[in-house]
Design a protein around this ligand. Structure first.
Ligand SMILES: Nc1ncnc2c1ncn2[C@@H]1O[C@H](COP(=O)(O)OP(=O)(O)OP(=O)(O)O)[C@@H](O)[C@H]1O
Ligand SMILES: [Mg+2]
Length: 231
């Protein structure tokens, strides 16, 4: 569904991604893994068009998207949950969700019930300001917001960072449900091994801006974990 070929990216003189080949197959959950600073977020931002690429190709459903701006990539069916959530703290929960309606392909003006079914807390807290929510609730809001446009591909960048275990569990359950029931393709940037193993069917392991291993999650062995993940 999504394919990245020979992707290169630099921040000024500093090279962040080196000839990356990456793909996410339709209906699968792929975990992008690796230690801090290896380029996971940069890869995701390049896919979304939030960082310009030096060279390479990005295709979605066989069509090149790397020349499109972020808004048009989202319209093509990519949902994005950024690292750090990026909730508008002075807007209400409902307003945060409504912002994403602009990216819907059918111009629907109301927030789909599905979002509230998955995260009932967003209905309960609809008129509260984003900034008043707990970290876990903000993360649920960030995921809900990404689902408002009913994406075919959902990309989440470390959604469990700094979140209490019961919400991590719940978010994991929702993602698995979306994948199973709606065949949603998911790219999950995740450093925590237990969560990656619970959700991921495939892994893509990075180090210093390069891919060092990829394959079925079951084949992610102790040697790779020790070398590229464990602290
Ligand atoms: N805006 C920026 N300007 C300059 N360098 C940057 C910028 N953003 C990231 N970098 C550098 O690029 C490299 C990759 O960073 P990136 O944020 O993609 O890593 P990451 O794998 O997502 O890390 P983390 O797990 O901590 O989120 C790092 O060396 C980082 O310092
Ligand atoms: Mg990151």
């Amino acid at each position: 569904m999504l394919a990245v070929k020979q992707l290169n990216h630099s921040y000024g003189q500093s090279r962040a991604l080196w000839d990356l080949d990456f793909s996410a197959l339709e209906g699968t959950i792929t975990c992008v893994m690796g230690r801090n600073g290896v380029g996971k977020t940069t890869l995701v931002k390049c896919i979304l068009g939030l960082e310009p690429i030096d060279s390479g190709e990005i295709t979605l459903g066989g069509e090149a998207i790397h020349h499109l701006n972020t808004e048009n990539r989202v319209r093509r069916g990519i949902g994005y949950v950024p690292q750090g959530r990026e909730i508008f703290s002075s807007l209400t929960v409902e307003e945060n969700l409504a912002i994403a309606l602009g990216a819907r392909r059918d111009k629907l003006k109301t927030i789909p019930d599905r979002v509230y079914d998955l995260f009932p807390v967003l209905k309960e807290m609809g008129s509260r300001r984003g900034g008043d929510l707990s970290g876990g609730q903000q993360q649920q809001l960030a995921i809900g917001r990404a689902l408002v446009s009913e994406p075919d591909l959902l990309i989440l960048d470390e959604p469990n960072e700094g979140i209490q275990p019961n919400i991590v569990q719940q978010i994991g359950g929702v993602l698995l449900q979306l994948n199973k029931d709606e065949n949603l393709t998911i790219i999950l940037v995740e450093q925590k091994l237990t969560f990656a193993r619970r959700l991921g069917q495939l892994f893509y392991l990075m180090d210093k801006g390069r891919c060092v291993a990829e394959g079925d999650m079951a084949s992610l062995g102790d040697d790779l974990i020790k070398k590229f993940l464990a602290v």
